[in-house]
Design a protein around this ligand. Sequence first.
Ligand code: GDP
Ligand code: MG
Length: 461
Amino acid sequence: MTDKDANRPLKLAVVGHTNVGKTSLLRTLTRDVGFGEVSHRPSTTRHVEGARLSVDGEALLELYDTPGLEDAIALLDYLERLDRPGERLDGPARLARFLEGSEARQRFEQEAKVMRQLLASDAGLYVIDAREPVLAKYRDELAVLASCGKPLLPVLNFVSSAHHREPDWREALARLGLHALVRFDSVAPPEDGERRLYESLALLLETSRGRLERLIADQQAQREVRRYSAARVIAELLLDCAACRRSVATSSDQVPGAIEDLRKAVRQREQRCVEALLKLYAFRREDASANDLPLMDGRWGDDLFNPETLKLLGVRVGSGIAAGAAAGAGVDLLVGGITLGAAALVGAIAGGALQTARSYGTRLLGKLKGQRELTVDDAVLRLLALRQRQLLIALEARGHAAMDSIKLDAPKDKTWREGKLPDALHKARAHPQWSSLNPHSKLNQTERQEQIQALAETILV
Ligand SMILES: Nc1nc2c(ncn2[C@@H]2O[C@H](COP(=O)(O)OP(=O)(O)O)[C@@H](O)[C@H]2O)c(=O)[nH]1
Ligand SMILES: [Mg+2]
């Protein structure tokens, strides 16, 4: 490649044995869960398929998937016998002779496709299933690929698996003269995996350094924008739930129904948040589906309002007036209107009740007399924050090749489990109009937006 080529996209062929995760690598690098066909069955990729990465409308990188190499041992034998008596062809010359011949259209048709794609590219990513022992067939594969005369960057896939043989592969590759390599598990890529991959390529392809660096910078910027958007999505969920209220007549037998309504509204609201995060990170709804897992169909299996759930996550459940007894765990039962004095017992929420009276106006306050007001308990807000933060961490570490549903570990840090809730949530308690779950909500209020912003920042810590 020469400098004058610097304005066209860098072309990479993704090559390797069948079933090592070539198509999976492409999915993860393109953040496209629908790219190609991924299967544990051999040879699902029969044709060459490509994807293009652009920044500001300029194509910087083209990645081509290729069929798996299946019989490199036979092909290497065949190539070595192509020299006529007295000849000693070099790799590319032998390869050219092979591609002109009839075997390239018959017995080695699949291999020929791969070699043509690599010849048409600037370099190859050689994908390795690092769980495999270094067998002769892989060494022959590398010898065949090397005859294209293109730089090859080995990519160790499956390195998150317990039984990988990374040291063996490193040694074997070094013996073949391949000293640069990257570890990149396409299901659980390291956080800096893409950057390292592109940086290693820049070492092999000096003239494309500019394009690769732009790509790295753009991906970093996109990652930050995504994280910040995700934090806002979570902040809105928390604010919506903190400000959510349901009124119910004190004397009626409608309380249980109203409680169930409120719970349902919160569950659905959380589900919307899960879906929004999946979408933001370009995962499918079904990506997060399996029975017996915390996340079912992108929906949380555990019941938010189950006191056991709270306990398991180590969330401190408030005592005293915190609803448990009267309304069931997770719902605060405030007595609105009749005795604001009694509401003062709730501490911070008392301010909320007074504020509510102010913001709803005295006419409404009159109506509130004899009404109970249901709100979402602090413990539930803590749980929502914990779960969504945990989901966010999982999404950031997930490759787009992942097929299993998302599994969440219990969060290790103490954040959100105890201590004071952020001010934004206390404020939200006093502003029912901030909740999309309440009637007459005013979601564009500047103050609401400011609180979401402030809350988003605390979510990212
Ligand atoms: N656990 C895990 N599975 C992977 C990884 N990469 C690929 N797979 C799985 O391995 C199988 C083959 O992957 P695929 O991308 O179709 O391989 P290809 O034939 O080289 O294109 C599929 O079942 C993938 O889900 C990985 O990094 N980790
Ligand atoms: Mg494939």
